[in-house]
Design a protein around this ligand. Structure first.
Ligand SMILES: Cc1ncc(C[n+]2csc(CCOP(=O)(O)OP(=O)(O)O)c2C)c(N)n1
Length: 516
Protein backbone atom coordinates (compact mmCIF):
# COMPACT_ATOMS: atom_id res chain seq x y z
CA UNK A 1 0.00 0.00 0.00
CA UNK A 2 1.60 3.29 -1.05
CA UNK A 3 0.35 6.81 -0.38
CA UNK A 4 -1.49 7.01 -3.70
CA UNK A 5 -3.37 3.79 -3.00
CA UNK A 6 -4.28 4.93 0.48
CA UNK A 7 -5.75 8.12 -1.03
CA UNK A 8 -7.84 6.22 -3.57
CA UNK A 9 -8.96 3.56 -1.06
CA UNK A 10 -9.82 6.20 1.55
CA UNK A 11 -11.89 8.15 -0.95
CA UNK A 12 -13.74 4.97 -1.82
CA UNK A 13 -14.34 4.19 1.86
CA UNK A 14 -15.96 7.64 2.10
CA UNK A 15 -18.28 7.01 -0.85
CA UNK A 16 -16.18 8.92 -3.39
CA UNK A 17 -15.84 6.54 -6.32
CA UNK A 18 -15.76 8.64 -9.49
CA UNK A 19 -12.73 10.49 -10.82
CA UNK A 20 -12.72 12.85 -13.80
CA UNK A 21 -9.11 12.67 -14.81
CA UNK A 22 -6.52 14.33 -16.99
CA UNK A 23 -3.30 13.01 -15.50
CA UNK A 24 0.40 13.64 -16.18
CA UNK A 25 3.69 12.16 -15.02
CA UNK A 26 3.38 13.49 -11.45
CA UNK A 27 0.09 11.55 -11.12
CA UNK A 28 1.34 8.19 -12.41
CA UNK A 29 1.20 6.55 -8.98
CA UNK A 30 -2.37 7.72 -8.59
CA UNK A 31 -3.15 6.23 -12.00
CA UNK A 32 -1.56 2.98 -10.82
CA UNK A 33 -3.65 3.13 -7.64
CA UNK A 34 -6.84 3.62 -9.69
CA UNK A 35 -5.83 0.62 -11.75
CA UNK A 36 -5.50 -1.44 -8.59
CA UNK A 37 -8.89 -0.38 -7.17
CA UNK A 38 -11.51 -1.40 -9.75
CA UNK A 39 -14.43 0.04 -7.73
CA UNK A 40 -13.16 3.51 -8.61
CA UNK A 41 -14.51 4.72 -11.95
CA UNK A 42 -11.97 6.81 -13.81
CA UNK A 43 -13.30 8.97 -16.63
CA UNK A 44 -10.82 10.53 -19.02
CA UNK A 45 -11.59 14.10 -20.09
CA UNK A 46 -9.48 15.73 -22.79
CA UNK A 47 -9.36 19.16 -21.15
CA UNK A 48 -9.30 20.00 -17.45
CA UNK A 49 -12.30 22.33 -17.81
CA UNK A 50 -14.28 19.23 -18.76
CA UNK A 51 -12.99 17.38 -15.66
CA UNK A 52 -14.02 20.19 -13.31
CA UNK A 53 -17.37 20.89 -14.99
CA UNK A 54 -18.21 17.18 -15.06
CA UNK A 55 -17.31 16.79 -11.38
CA UNK A 56 -19.62 19.75 -10.65
CA UNK A 57 -22.51 18.17 -12.60
CA UNK A 58 -21.90 14.85 -10.85
CA UNK A 59 -21.81 16.45 -7.39
CA UNK A 60 -24.98 18.47 -8.00
CA UNK A 61 -26.86 15.30 -8.91
CA UNK A 62 -25.39 12.94 -6.32
CA UNK A 63 -24.90 15.30 -3.39
CA UNK A 64 -21.53 13.57 -2.98
CA UNK A 65 -18.22 14.74 -4.37
CA UNK A 66 -16.50 13.33 -7.43
CA UNK A 67 -12.77 13.87 -7.66
CA UNK A 68 -10.81 15.46 -10.40
CA UNK A 69 -7.26 14.29 -11.09
CA UNK A 70 -5.24 17.21 -12.38
CA UNK A 71 -1.63 17.86 -13.35
CA UNK A 72 0.15 20.41 -11.16
CA UNK A 73 -0.67 24.13 -11.30
CA UNK A 74 -1.03 24.16 -15.08
CA UNK A 75 -3.70 21.44 -15.12
CA UNK A 76 -5.55 22.92 -12.17
CA UNK A 77 -5.38 26.34 -13.83
CA UNK A 78 -7.01 24.95 -16.97
CA UNK A 79 -9.89 23.77 -14.79
CA UNK A 80 -10.43 27.06 -12.93
CA UNK A 81 -13.32 28.50 -14.96
CA UNK A 82 -15.58 25.57 -14.14
CA UNK A 83 -14.32 25.41 -10.56
CA UNK A 84 -15.52 28.99 -10.35
CA UNK A 85 -18.99 27.85 -11.47
CA UNK A 86 -18.81 24.91 -9.06
CA UNK A 87 -17.91 27.22 -6.16
CA UNK A 88 -20.92 29.38 -7.02
CA UNK A 89 -23.10 26.26 -7.03
CA UNK A 90 -21.67 25.20 -3.64
CA UNK A 91 -21.17 21.71 -5.08
CA UNK A 92 -19.03 19.28 -3.09
CA UNK A 93 -15.91 18.40 -5.12
CA UNK A 94 -12.43 17.10 -4.29
CA UNK A 95 -9.52 18.08 -6.54
CA UNK A 96 -6.53 15.75 -6.38
CA UNK A 97 -3.58 17.59 -7.87
CA UNK A 98 -0.22 15.91 -8.33
CA UNK A 99 3.00 17.80 -7.67
CA UNK A 100 6.71 17.18 -8.02
CA UNK A 101 8.33 15.17 -5.26
CA UNK A 102 9.45 17.59 -2.54
CA UNK A 103 13.18 17.13 -3.22
CA UNK A 104 12.61 18.02 -6.91
CA UNK A 105 11.00 21.40 -6.31
CA UNK A 106 14.35 23.07 -5.56
CA UNK A 107 15.47 22.39 -9.13
CA UNK A 108 12.68 24.50 -10.61
CA UNK A 109 11.92 21.97 -13.36
CA UNK A 110 9.58 23.32 -16.07
CA UNK A 111 6.23 22.32 -14.55
CA UNK A 112 7.08 23.62 -11.06
CA UNK A 113 4.35 26.03 -9.92
CA UNK A 114 2.69 27.44 -6.83
CA UNK A 115 -0.29 25.07 -6.84
CA UNK A 116 -1.76 26.35 -3.58
CA UNK A 117 -1.86 29.86 -5.04
CA UNK A 118 -3.73 28.58 -8.10
CA UNK A 119 -6.15 26.65 -5.88
CA UNK A 120 -6.82 29.45 -3.41
CA UNK A 121 -9.64 31.43 -5.06
CA UNK A 122 -11.65 28.30 -5.82
CA UNK A 123 -11.06 26.12 -2.76
CA UNK A 124 -12.68 26.28 0.67
CA UNK A 125 -10.04 23.79 1.87
CA UNK A 126 -6.48 23.28 0.58
CA UNK A 127 -3.79 20.96 1.84
CA UNK A 128 -0.45 19.79 0.46
CA UNK A 129 0.20 16.29 1.79
CA UNK A 130 3.46 16.13 3.74
CA UNK A 131 3.96 12.39 4.18
CA UNK A 132 2.87 9.28 2.35
CA UNK A 133 1.71 7.83 5.68
CA UNK A 134 -0.65 10.77 6.24
CA UNK A 135 -1.98 11.02 2.67
CA UNK A 136 -5.02 8.81 3.39
CA UNK A 137 -5.97 10.93 6.38
CA UNK A 138 -5.59 14.02 4.21
CA UNK A 139 -8.03 12.52 1.71
CA UNK A 140 -10.54 11.81 4.50
CA UNK A 141 -10.25 15.43 5.67
CA UNK A 142 -10.78 16.63 2.10
CA UNK A 143 -14.06 14.72 1.81
CA UNK A 144 -15.26 16.01 5.16
CA UNK A 145 -14.42 19.58 4.16
CA UNK A 146 -16.26 19.22 0.85
CA UNK A 147 -19.36 17.82 2.57
CA UNK A 148 -19.66 20.26 5.47
CA UNK A 149 -22.59 22.63 5.01
CA UNK A 150 -20.97 25.99 5.36
CA UNK A 151 -21.64 29.61 4.54
CA UNK A 152 -18.14 29.80 3.02
CA UNK A 153 -18.40 31.73 -0.26
CA UNK A 154 -15.73 29.40 -1.65
CA UNK A 155 -18.33 26.65 -1.68
CA UNK A 156 -17.62 22.95 -1.18
CA UNK A 157 -14.36 22.55 -3.10
CA UNK A 158 -11.47 20.79 -1.33
CA UNK A 159 -8.10 20.65 -3.06
CA UNK A 160 -5.57 18.02 -1.99
CA UNK A 161 -2.10 18.44 -3.50
CA UNK A 162 -0.14 15.22 -3.52
CA UNK A 163 3.64 15.47 -4.11
CA UNK A 164 4.90 12.42 -6.03
CA UNK A 165 6.96 11.17 -3.08
CA UNK A 166 3.82 11.18 -0.88
CA UNK A 167 2.20 9.08 -3.61
CA UNK A 168 4.99 6.54 -4.03
CA UNK A 169 6.08 6.27 -0.36
CA UNK A 170 4.51 3.78 2.06
CA UNK A 171 0.91 4.55 2.95
CA UNK A 172 -1.93 3.22 5.03
CA UNK A 173 -5.69 3.38 4.63
CA UNK A 174 -7.25 6.01 6.80
CA UNK A 175 -9.76 4.34 9.02
CA UNK A 176 -13.25 5.64 8.34
CA UNK A 177 -14.18 7.51 11.49
CA UNK A 178 -17.31 6.08 13.13
CA UNK A 179 -18.88 9.55 13.25
CA UNK A 180 -18.47 10.13 9.50
CA UNK A 181 -21.68 10.50 7.57
CA UNK A 182 -21.22 11.72 4.04
CA UNK A 183 -24.56 13.51 3.96
CA UNK A 184 -24.18 15.85 6.89
CA UNK A 185 -27.47 17.32 8.13
CA UNK A 186 -28.00 20.96 7.27
CA UNK A 187 -28.65 23.30 10.19
CA UNK A 188 -32.36 23.80 10.95
CA UNK A 189 -33.83 27.30 11.15
CA UNK A 190 -35.16 28.06 14.63
CA UNK A 191 -38.90 28.13 15.37
CA UNK A 192 -38.73 31.81 16.46
CA UNK A 193 -37.47 32.85 13.05
CA UNK A 194 -40.22 30.83 11.34
CA UNK A 195 -42.99 32.30 13.49
CA UNK A 196 -41.74 35.85 12.91
CA UNK A 197 -41.54 35.30 9.14
CA UNK A 198 -45.01 33.69 8.98
CA UNK A 199 -46.51 36.93 10.30
CA UNK A 200 -44.85 38.95 7.51
CA UNK A 201 -45.82 37.04 4.37
CA UNK A 202 -48.65 38.49 2.28
CA UNK A 203 -49.59 39.12 -1.35
CA UNK A 204 -46.92 41.83 -1.75
CA UNK A 205 -44.17 39.45 -0.63
CA UNK A 206 -41.58 37.66 -2.72
CA UNK A 207 -39.93 34.50 -1.38
CA UNK A 208 -36.38 34.20 -2.75
CA UNK A 209 -35.72 30.46 -2.63
CA UNK A 210 -32.42 28.69 -3.25
CA UNK A 211 -30.35 25.78 -1.92
CA UNK A 212 -32.36 22.71 -0.99
CA UNK A 213 -35.46 24.92 -1.09
CA UNK A 214 -35.49 24.12 -4.81
CA UNK A 215 -35.86 20.37 -4.24
CA UNK A 216 -39.26 18.73 -4.74
CA UNK A 217 -39.97 19.02 -1.04
CA UNK A 218 -38.96 22.68 -0.88
CA UNK A 219 -40.83 23.74 -4.02
CA UNK A 220 -43.97 21.91 -2.87
CA UNK A 221 -43.87 23.69 0.48
CA UNK A 222 -43.24 27.04 -1.23
CA UNK A 223 -46.30 26.38 -3.41
CA UNK A 224 -48.39 25.77 -0.29
CA UNK A 225 -47.26 29.10 1.17
CA UNK A 226 -48.02 30.93 -2.08
CA UNK A 227 -51.45 29.28 -2.30
CA UNK A 228 -52.35 30.44 1.18
CA UNK A 229 -50.82 33.92 1.30
CA UNK A 230 -50.75 35.05 -2.35
CA UNK A 231 -46.99 35.67 -2.18
CA UNK A 232 -44.81 34.95 -5.21
CA UNK A 233 -42.00 32.40 -5.35
CA UNK A 234 -38.78 33.29 -7.12
CA UNK A 235 -35.43 31.60 -7.51
CA UNK A 236 -32.25 33.52 -8.31
CA UNK A 237 -31.56 33.90 -12.03
CA UNK A 238 -29.09 31.00 -12.08
CA UNK A 239 -29.64 28.59 -9.16
CA UNK A 240 -27.48 25.45 -9.18
CA UNK A 241 -30.30 22.92 -9.34
CA UNK A 242 -34.08 23.12 -9.60
CA UNK A 243 -36.58 20.28 -9.48
CA UNK A 244 -39.50 21.09 -11.75
CA UNK A 245 -42.45 19.68 -13.62
CA UNK A 246 -46.20 19.82 -14.15
CA UNK A 247 -46.94 18.26 -10.76
CA UNK A 248 -44.92 20.93 -8.93
CA UNK A 249 -45.70 24.60 -8.30
CA UNK A 250 -44.14 27.07 -10.73
CA UNK A 251 -40.96 28.76 -9.52
CA UNK A 252 -40.35 32.04 -11.31
CA UNK A 253 -36.80 32.85 -12.20
CA UNK A 254 -35.45 36.28 -11.36
CA UNK A 255 -34.96 38.10 -14.70
CA UNK A 256 -31.43 38.68 -16.01
CA UNK A 257 -31.26 42.40 -16.77
CA UNK A 258 -31.26 44.85 -13.84
CA UNK A 259 -34.00 47.01 -15.36
CA UNK A 260 -36.32 43.99 -15.46
CA UNK A 261 -35.57 43.16 -11.82
CA UNK A 262 -36.20 46.77 -10.77
CA UNK A 263 -39.50 46.80 -12.64
CA UNK A 264 -40.51 43.56 -11.00
CA UNK A 265 -39.62 44.86 -7.53
CA UNK A 266 -41.61 48.07 -7.97
CA UNK A 267 -44.68 46.32 -6.49
CA UNK A 268 -42.84 44.17 -3.94
CA UNK A 269 -43.15 45.35 -0.34
CA UNK A 270 -41.31 42.50 1.37
CA UNK A 271 -38.54 40.19 0.31
CA UNK A 272 -38.10 37.01 2.37
CA UNK A 273 -34.78 35.27 1.83
CA UNK A 274 -35.03 31.47 1.99
CA UNK A 275 -31.63 30.38 0.79
CA UNK A 276 -31.55 33.17 -1.81
CA UNK A 277 -29.85 36.56 -1.57
CA UNK A 278 -30.83 40.17 -2.28
CA UNK A 279 -30.81 40.52 -6.06
CA UNK A 280 -27.82 42.39 -7.46
CA UNK A 281 -27.07 43.40 -11.02
CA UNK A 282 -25.02 40.76 -12.91
CA UNK A 283 -22.75 43.57 -14.16
CA UNK A 284 -22.19 47.18 -13.18
CA UNK A 285 -23.72 49.88 -15.39
CA UNK A 286 -22.95 53.56 -15.11
CA UNK A 287 -26.55 54.63 -14.57
CA UNK A 288 -27.91 51.71 -12.54
CA UNK A 289 -27.52 50.56 -8.92
CA UNK A 290 -25.74 47.33 -8.03
CA UNK A 291 -28.19 46.38 -5.27
CA UNK A 292 -31.60 46.14 -6.93
CA UNK A 293 -33.86 46.06 -3.88
CA UNK A 294 -35.78 49.36 -3.71
CA UNK A 295 -35.86 51.33 -0.46
CA UNK A 296 -39.58 50.68 0.07
CA UNK A 297 -38.98 46.91 0.20
CA UNK A 298 -38.28 45.33 3.62
CA UNK A 299 -35.89 42.39 3.58
CA UNK A 300 -36.26 39.47 6.03
CA UNK A 301 -33.75 36.64 6.22
CA UNK A 302 -35.18 33.26 7.17
CA UNK A 303 -32.54 30.82 5.92
CA UNK A 304 -29.07 30.89 4.42
CA UNK A 305 -28.34 28.62 1.47
CA UNK A 306 -26.28 26.14 3.50
CA UNK A 307 -29.14 25.70 5.98
CA UNK A 308 -32.12 23.35 5.63
CA UNK A 309 -34.24 25.61 3.45
CA UNK A 310 -36.69 22.83 2.52
CA UNK A 311 -37.40 22.21 6.19
CA UNK A 312 -37.78 25.94 6.79
CA UNK A 313 -40.32 26.12 3.94
CA UNK A 314 -42.22 23.16 5.35
CA UNK A 315 -42.24 24.77 8.79
CA UNK A 316 -43.32 28.08 7.32
CA UNK A 317 -46.13 26.42 5.36
CA UNK A 318 -47.37 24.81 8.57
CA UNK A 319 -47.03 28.11 10.43
CA UNK A 320 -49.31 29.88 7.93
CA UNK A 321 -51.60 26.85 8.00
CA UNK A 322 -51.28 26.19 4.27
CA UNK A 323 -52.82 23.23 2.49
CA UNK A 324 -51.41 21.36 -0.51
CA UNK A 325 -51.45 23.59 -3.62
CA UNK A 326 -54.08 22.99 -6.29
CA UNK A 327 -52.31 22.70 -9.61
CA UNK A 328 -54.07 23.16 -12.93
CA UNK A 329 -53.18 20.50 -15.52
CA UNK A 330 -50.46 21.69 -17.85
CA UNK A 331 -50.43 20.03 -21.29
CA UNK A 332 -47.25 19.77 -23.33
CA UNK A 333 -46.82 22.70 -25.74
CA UNK A 334 -47.72 22.66 -29.41
CA UNK A 335 -44.97 22.19 -31.94
CA UNK A 336 -43.91 25.08 -34.19
CA UNK A 337 -43.48 24.96 -37.93
CA UNK A 338 -41.26 26.54 -40.57
CA UNK A 339 -37.77 28.01 -40.27
CA UNK A 340 -36.16 27.12 -36.95
CA UNK A 341 -36.01 29.69 -34.17
CA UNK A 342 -35.47 29.48 -30.40
CA UNK A 343 -39.20 29.06 -29.85
CA UNK A 344 -39.29 26.11 -32.21
CA UNK A 345 -36.41 24.42 -30.39
CA UNK A 346 -37.97 25.09 -26.98
CA UNK A 347 -41.43 23.80 -28.01
CA UNK A 348 -39.97 20.63 -29.41
CA UNK A 349 -37.84 20.04 -26.30
CA UNK A 350 -40.77 20.64 -23.97
CA UNK A 351 -42.99 18.38 -26.09
CA UNK A 352 -40.56 15.49 -26.49
CA UNK A 353 -38.34 15.43 -23.40
CA UNK A 354 -38.87 12.22 -21.44
CA UNK A 355 -40.07 12.50 -17.86
CA UNK A 356 -37.30 12.49 -15.29
CA UNK A 357 -34.70 13.92 -17.64
CA UNK A 358 -31.87 16.24 -16.60
CA UNK A 359 -31.25 19.52 -18.41
CA UNK A 360 -27.90 21.32 -18.17
CA UNK A 361 -27.77 24.78 -19.69
CA UNK A 362 -25.03 27.21 -20.60
CA UNK A 363 -25.07 30.50 -22.51
CA UNK A 364 -27.26 30.81 -25.60
CA UNK A 365 -30.95 30.16 -26.14
CA UNK A 366 -31.23 27.16 -23.78
CA UNK A 367 -32.39 29.27 -20.84
CA UNK A 368 -35.57 30.07 -22.78
CA UNK A 369 -36.59 26.43 -22.37
CA UNK A 370 -36.94 26.78 -18.61
CA UNK A 371 -40.51 28.11 -18.33
CA UNK A 372 -41.81 25.76 -21.02
CA UNK A 373 -40.11 22.68 -19.57
CA UNK A 374 -41.15 23.59 -16.05
CA UNK A 375 -44.76 23.38 -17.09
CA UNK A 376 -44.45 20.36 -19.37
CA UNK A 377 -42.13 17.68 -18.05
CA UNK A 378 -40.74 16.37 -14.78
CA UNK A 379 -37.03 17.17 -14.81
CA UNK A 380 -34.00 18.47 -12.96
CA UNK A 381 -32.59 21.74 -14.27
CA UNK A 382 -28.89 22.60 -13.83
CA UNK A 383 -27.80 26.18 -14.48
CA UNK A 384 -24.59 27.90 -15.42
CA UNK A 385 -24.07 29.31 -11.94
CA UNK A 386 -21.04 31.56 -12.18
CA UNK A 387 -21.42 33.11 -15.64
CA UNK A 388 -18.24 31.41 -16.83
CA UNK A 389 -19.35 29.89 -20.09
CA UNK A 390 -18.37 26.36 -21.20
CA UNK A 391 -19.96 24.58 -18.28
CA UNK A 392 -23.15 23.06 -19.69
CA UNK A 393 -21.58 20.27 -21.76
CA UNK A 394 -19.20 19.05 -19.06
CA UNK A 395 -21.92 19.33 -16.39
CA UNK A 396 -24.20 17.21 -18.59
CA UNK A 397 -21.47 14.55 -18.80
CA UNK A 398 -21.09 14.50 -15.00
CA UNK A 399 -24.86 14.35 -14.49
CA UNK A 400 -25.18 11.47 -16.97
CA UNK A 401 -22.49 9.52 -15.14
CA UNK A 402 -24.12 10.25 -11.78
CA UNK A 403 -27.58 9.22 -13.03
CA UNK A 404 -27.16 6.59 -15.75
CA UNK A 405 -30.92 5.86 -15.89
CA UNK A 406 -31.91 9.43 -16.69
CA UNK A 407 -31.63 11.00 -20.15
CA UNK A 408 -29.62 14.21 -20.15
CA UNK A 409 -29.84 17.30 -22.34
CA UNK A 410 -27.10 19.88 -22.75
CA UNK A 411 -28.53 23.13 -24.12
CA UNK A 412 -25.58 25.17 -25.34
CA UNK A 413 -24.83 28.38 -27.18
CA UNK A 414 -22.38 27.86 -30.04
CA UNK A 415 -20.01 30.35 -28.40
CA UNK A 416 -20.10 28.69 -24.99
CA UNK A 417 -19.96 25.15 -26.40
CA UNK A 418 -16.65 25.86 -28.15
CA UNK A 419 -14.88 26.46 -24.81
CA UNK A 420 -15.20 22.84 -23.75
CA UNK A 421 -16.38 20.95 -26.84
CA UNK A 422 -14.17 18.01 -25.77
CA UNK A 423 -17.07 16.95 -23.51
CA UNK A 424 -18.42 15.28 -26.66
CA UNK A 425 -15.50 12.87 -26.76
CA UNK A 426 -16.08 11.79 -23.15
CA UNK A 427 -19.81 11.39 -23.88
CA UNK A 428 -18.88 9.08 -26.78
CA UNK A 429 -16.22 7.16 -24.82
CA UNK A 430 -18.67 6.56 -21.96
CA UNK A 431 -21.68 6.06 -24.29
CA UNK A 432 -23.80 8.46 -22.29
CA UNK A 433 -27.51 9.06 -22.98
CA UNK A 434 -26.87 12.71 -23.74
CA UNK A 435 -28.43 14.95 -26.37
CA UNK A 436 -26.49 18.16 -26.91
CA UNK A 437 -28.44 20.93 -28.63
CA UNK A 438 -26.25 23.72 -29.98
CA UNK A 439 -28.09 27.01 -30.52
CA UNK A 440 -26.09 27.94 -33.59
CA UNK A 441 -26.55 31.65 -34.26
CA UNK A 442 -22.90 32.03 -35.26
CA UNK A 443 -22.39 34.96 -32.95
CA UNK A 444 -21.80 36.05 -29.37
CA UNK A 445 -25.31 37.47 -29.38
CA UNK A 446 -25.45 38.55 -25.74
CA UNK A 447 -22.28 40.59 -26.17
CA UNK A 448 -23.83 42.45 -29.08
CA UNK A 449 -26.92 43.08 -26.92
CA UNK A 450 -24.74 44.40 -24.09
CA UNK A 451 -22.78 46.57 -26.54
CA UNK A 452 -26.01 48.15 -27.78
CA UNK A 453 -27.05 48.74 -24.17
CA UNK A 454 -24.15 51.21 -24.01
CA UNK A 455 -26.30 53.33 -26.33
CA UNK A 456 -24.35 52.40 -29.46
CA UNK A 457 -26.53 51.81 -32.53
CA UNK A 458 -23.86 51.60 -35.22
CA UNK A 459 -21.53 48.79 -34.37
CA UNK A 460 -18.15 49.35 -36.05
CA UNK A 461 -16.75 46.66 -38.30
CA UNK A 462 -13.91 45.83 -35.92
CA UNK A 463 -16.20 45.61 -32.90
CA UNK A 464 -18.71 43.51 -34.87
CA UNK A 465 -15.95 41.08 -35.80
CA UNK A 466 -15.43 40.39 -32.09
CA UNK A 467 -19.03 39.23 -31.71
CA UNK A 468 -19.17 37.26 -34.96
CA UNK A 469 -18.56 33.48 -35.09
CA UNK A 470 -18.86 33.10 -38.89
CA UNK A 471 -15.97 33.29 -41.37
CA UNK A 472 -15.56 30.38 -41.04
CA UNK A 473 -18.82 28.86 -39.76
CA UNK A 474 -18.20 26.09 -37.24
CA UNK A 475 -19.16 22.72 -38.67
CA UNK A 476 -20.84 21.22 -35.60
CA UNK A 477 -21.77 17.98 -37.30
CA UNK A 478 -18.15 17.38 -38.29
CA UNK A 479 -16.86 18.47 -34.87
CA UNK A 480 -19.20 16.02 -33.09
CA UNK A 481 -18.61 13.16 -35.52
CA UNK A 482 -14.86 13.63 -35.23
CA UNK A 483 -15.26 12.90 -31.52
CA UNK A 484 -17.50 9.87 -32.01
CA UNK A 485 -20.89 11.55 -31.49
CA UNK A 486 -23.57 11.19 -34.17
CA UNK A 487 -24.91 14.55 -35.22
CA UNK A 488 -27.28 16.37 -37.51
CA UNK A 489 -28.09 19.89 -38.55
CA UNK A 490 -31.65 21.24 -38.34
CA UNK A 491 -32.75 24.41 -40.11
CA UNK A 492 -36.53 23.96 -39.75
CA UNK A 493 -38.76 23.15 -36.77
CA UNK A 494 -39.77 19.92 -38.48
CA UNK A 495 -36.15 18.84 -38.99
CA UNK A 496 -35.31 19.65 -35.41
CA UNK A 497 -38.25 17.74 -34.05
CA UNK A 498 -37.55 14.67 -36.20
CA UNK A 499 -33.88 14.79 -35.18
CA UNK A 500 -34.79 15.00 -31.51
CA UNK A 501 -37.20 12.07 -31.74
CA UNK A 502 -34.54 10.02 -33.53
CA UNK A 503 -31.81 10.89 -31.01
CA UNK A 504 -34.00 9.98 -28.04
CA UNK A 505 -35.12 6.72 -29.63
CA UNK A 506 -31.57 5.67 -30.49
CA UNK A 507 -30.10 6.46 -27.06
CA UNK A 508 -26.40 7.23 -26.58
CA UNK A 509 -24.75 10.58 -27.30
CA UNK A 510 -26.09 12.87 -30.05
CA UNK A 511 -25.65 16.44 -31.12
CA UNK A 512 -28.19 18.56 -32.95
CA UNK A 513 -27.04 21.81 -34.46
CA UNK A 514 -30.07 24.09 -34.31
CA UNK A 515 -29.37 26.55 -37.11
CA UNK A 516 -30.94 29.85 -36.06
C1 LIG B 1 -15.11 32.08 -19.45
C2 LIG B 1 -15.87 33.21 -20.07
N1 LIG B 1 -15.30 33.91 -21.08
C3 LIG B 1 -15.98 34.91 -21.68
C4 LIG B 1 -17.22 35.26 -21.26
C5 LIG B 1 -17.96 36.44 -21.89
N2 LIG B 1 -19.13 35.96 -22.61
C6 LIG B 1 -20.36 35.98 -22.05
S1 LIG B 1 -21.52 35.42 -23.06
C7 LIG B 1 -20.41 35.19 -24.30
C8 LIG B 1 -20.84 34.69 -25.62
C9 LIG B 1 -21.92 33.66 -25.57
O1 LIG B 1 -22.18 33.25 -26.88
P1 LIG B 1 -23.12 32.04 -27.18
O2 LIG B 1 -22.80 30.92 -26.27
O3 LIG B 1 -23.02 31.74 -28.62
O4 LIG B 1 -24.57 32.53 -26.79
P2 LIG B 1 -25.37 33.78 -27.46
O5 LIG B 1 -25.01 34.97 -26.65
O6 LIG B 1 -24.99 33.88 -28.90
O7 LIG B 1 -26.82 33.44 -27.31
C10 LIG B 1 -19.13 35.53 -23.90
C11 LIG B 1 -17.91 35.38 -24.74
C12 LIG B 1 -17.77 34.51 -20.19
N3 LIG B 1 -18.97 34.78 -19.70
N4 LIG B 1 -17.09 33.49 -19.64
Amino acid sequence: MNGAQSVIRTLLAHGVDTCFANPGTSEMHLVQAIDAVPETRAVLCLFEGVCTGAADGFGRMKGLPATTLLHLGAGLGNGIANLHNCRRAATPLVNIVGDHAVHHVAYDAPLTSDIEAVAKPVSAWIRTARTSQGAGLDAADAVRAAMSPSPDPRGGIATLILPADCAWGPGRTAAQPASFNATVAKPRVSADVIVAAAAEIDAQTVLMVDGNGLTERGVTAAGRIAGKTGCRIFSPTFPARVEAGPALPVVNRLPYFPEQIMEMFASVKKLVLLGGERPVSFFAYRNLPSDLVPEHCEVHRVAHRHEDVAQALDDLADAVDAKAPLLAPRPRPELQQGPLNVRGVVSSLAARAPDDCIVAVDSGGGGAAYPAMQRAVRHTWLNLTGGSIGQGGPAAVGAAIACPDRPVFALLGDGGAMYTNQFLWTAAREQLDLVAVVFSNRQYNILEVEYRRLGINDIGERAASLFDLSRPDIDWVALAEAQGVSALKAATCEEFDAGLIGALAAGGPHLIEAVL
